[in-house]
Every structure is written in C-alpha cells, then in structure tokens.
Write a new protein. Structure first.
Length: 421
C-alpha cells in the first residue's frame, strides 16, 4: 500500500510529487505530464503570468523556470511573456529532474475503503493508497453557456479543445468570452486568415496594463508591490497569503474567488485583437440552432436589444466551473460524500484535505477556499508544501490496521513506519 497517490501531472501534481518524494513518502504519480499545456492550447500562445511567477515547486527551489530557460538559451525576464510551448517543455524538464517516475496511464476510478483508497487504471490495474491527492487541472470543469450545450462538436467547441487552429483557416468563427483565452484565440485565428469576431457579455473589454518595471523607486514598490498575480496590495494578499485568505468568512472567499481577477486580456495581445477582430461587447447568446453551413446565434444586448448572426463555428472561451459533481473519476459514493460550498466546490481544511479523510485536492477546485492564486501556476508552491504537510499529519494519525500508534506519530508493527515523524 502506498502512502500517497498523486493523480494528475500538471504544475500542481508535479509540484506535490516533488515535495512528497523529498518528505520520504512512498508514492506513485499518474498522468501525462503537462497534458493540458501540450494538448489543449494552440501553438503561438504565451503565458499570461510573469516568468518569475510561473515556477513549479520543488523543496530546494532548484528547478525553476529561469534555470530551464538559461539552460535552453531562452529569455525569462520580467514583462517578457513565455511561449506556452516553452513552458510545457519546462514542465517535462521539471518532471525528469524533480519527480519520481510518472506513470502516464489514466486513473479511471477512485473509491474509498477501510484502509484508504483504491485507484483503478485505464487497463484495469488496482492500486491501494492511504491518501490521494487529486490534481486534475481544469479539463474536468469545462463550462459552456447553456444556449450552446448539446450542439454538435462540428459547430461548437470549448477553447481548451484546440491544440491546432489551422482547420479554421478561411472560415468564419465566433469566439465567446472576454478573457485571455478568448482574446488570444481570436488573435491567432485572425492572423491565420480566419474571419473572427468576439462576443462578450461585458459592456467593454478589459485589458491588463503593462506591468511596472521590476526595479523602481522604493516608494512605488511600497505603494503597489509586485506579486505573482500582478501589482498591488490586494493582488499581493491573494498571491502570497492563501493561508490567511482561507481565514476570511466563507461568503467573502466565495465572492472574491468568483470576481477577483476577472476576464481581461494581456497588454501584449491588445493591438493584435483590436486591429484584426470584430468586437461585439455587451452581447449574450440566448439561443443557438444549426443552420445550413453552420449555426445561427440569437443575441441579447445589455440594453435589451435583440439581433441574430450566422457563423460556421463557435469557440466558447467561457472558462471552467470547479464543481464537485464534475470529479467523475471519484466513485459516486465518495463524490457524493464530499461536503461542498454554496458554489458547488468541495469544502477543504487548512491543508487542502477534503471532508473525506485522506482525500486531498489541488488546483482550480480549491480557489473558493484558498483564493484566486489557485487558478494560476503561482499557487502550486503554497499548495505543494502545505498539502504534503497535511498528508504527513494524516498518515501519522491513521496508522495502517495491524499497527499500534506510538508517541511521536510513528507506528509499531513488524516493519518501520513509512513516514518519519
């Protein structure tokens, strides 16, 4: 029986695995490393976060993004966005150097039992572990507007479904959304010869400002400090103090998680969008239907006006909703037993442990508990160290059946404890 199974091999899963291995835990890691970044983002995209805020986390801080870039002869400095392909390659480099061997098979089902958990792989192998860390990323939580659900994938897709936009060349495509995914997708489409428009519910699109210089007068730094989520004290609190964020009232946490750092485009994509993309802010799709050659969208403006348009394809860059019921790899019994917040995301303890003892969660699904940083790579550092500490405490408090707890958190049986106090 393993101490820990890490399910997911993106930035959070790999960071957790690195910290768990350093702690001496007997663990297995499952998932295709950096799959979302390799398989679900078109070539030509860039990281929105700063390179210094995009590190995966190992206990010694040795395997940073800037170290990888230096080794590869790439630039990693403030206000210079990193290509997504380079970041995905960095994650693979991190996995090779900082993580035990990753099993690329998919875990299809996790259930709980008296001694912990049973996980079943895609080829039917069952593995047993005392604790599980789910770091499944964003793909289980894809959100598509109700009016577009049920339409054939040849007509409607989510932005995360595309690693290559080339098959849209010369076509008419409508992108729905006002955030970075929508705007950068639209820019890439326009640059390859696609006729593209962006529909957004907001009355106007928002753009992030060019970040302030890294080195600046001290009084400017005090007034608006840098943080992993952008400049300013509020962002600094979200980025650097997720443990304190969790102490806020639950209603405040949920509100902030839902509204802070809302849809906005990066400063470096603005000109590419505004010069080449038709922008239709203040519009919501209220109905959609297939028509010859594509689909018709019925739109309602914020002023109540109505109009229709026809397009060959819709890309819904409408984000993700981290709801417990979308954790489909958990058995129905285990999933249904998890306590949830009003927004449907699981309730978590201070070490990312769910209401089911031994089941830990990481990444987007934890944003309502620990704040907006959990939607970004930057949150992996706090998550990895805190979660692994929680796993160690859980292991010490629940020895395997047949062992006897001893002072200090170890156990007495025919073999030494797998976790050193």
């Amino acid at each position: 029986m393993y101490d820990l199974l890490v399910v997911g091999a993106g930035p959070y899963g790999l960071s957790i695995a690195s910290h768990a291995a350093d702690a001496g835990l007997n663990l297995r890691v499952f998932g295709r490393p950096m799959a979302s970044w390799r398989d679900h983002m078109p070539g030509g995209m860039f990281l929105k976060s700063e390179p210094w805020a995009s590190n995966l986390s190992d206990p010694g801080g040795r395997w940073r993004l800037d170290a990888y870039c230096a080794e590869q002869g790439l630039t990693a400095r403030h206000a210079h966005p990193i290509p997504v392909e380079a970041f995905a390659s960095y994650g693979l480099w991190f996995a090779r150097n900082a993580v035990p061997e990753v099993d690329e098979r998919t875990i299809t089902r996790i259930s709980s039992g008296a001694d912990g958990f049973t996980a079943v792989t895609e080829d039917g192998q069952a593995l047993h572990a005392r604790t599980v860390a789910l770091a499944v990323g964003v793909m289980p939580f894809i959100e598509v507007p109700p009016a577009l659900r049920g339409l054939h994938p040849t007509l409607v897709t989510h932005s995360s479904h595309h690693s290559d936009l080339g098959h849209f060349q010369g076509k008419d495509v409508t992108v729905i959304g006002g955030g970075q995914a929508a705007l950068e997708t639209a820019a890439l489409l326009a640059e390859q010869g696609t006729r593209v428009r962006v529909l957004a519910r907001a009355e106007r699109l928002r753009w992030n400002d060019v970040p302030p210089a890294w080195e600046r007068p001290w009084w400017q730094s005090v007034r608006s400090p840098h943080s992993g989520l952008g400049p300013g004290w509020r962002n600094w609190f979200y980025a650097e103090r997720p443990g304190l964020f969790r102490r806020l009232p639950q209603t405040s946490r949920s509100r902030i998680a839902a509204t802070a750092l809302g849809p906005a485009g990066a400063w470096w994509v603005r000109d590419r969008v505004e010069r080449a993309v038709d922008l239709l802010p203040g519009q919501e799709v209220t109905a959609a239907a297939a028509v010859p050659g594509g689909l018709r969208l019925d739109l309602t403006g914020r002023d109540g006006s109505r109009r229709s348009l026809e397009t060959e394809h819709v890309i819904a860059a409408t984000g993700f909703k981290a709801h417990r019921d979308r954790l489909g790899l958990l058995s129905a019994e285990l999933r249904g037993a998890l306590a949830v917040l009003p927004d449907g995301s699981p309730v978590l303890g201070h070490s990312f442990e769910s209401s089911h003892p031994g089941l830990f969660l990481a990444g987007l699904v934890t944003a309502s508990g620990f704040g907006p940083a959990m939607r970004f790579v930057h949150g992996a550092t706090f998550t990895a160290s805190t979660l692994v500490q929680g796993v160690r405490r859980r292991l010490r408090s629940t020895p395997v059946r047949g062992t006897v707890p001893v002072p200090g958190g170890g156990s007495r049986s025919g073999a030494p404890s797998p976790v050193n106090g």
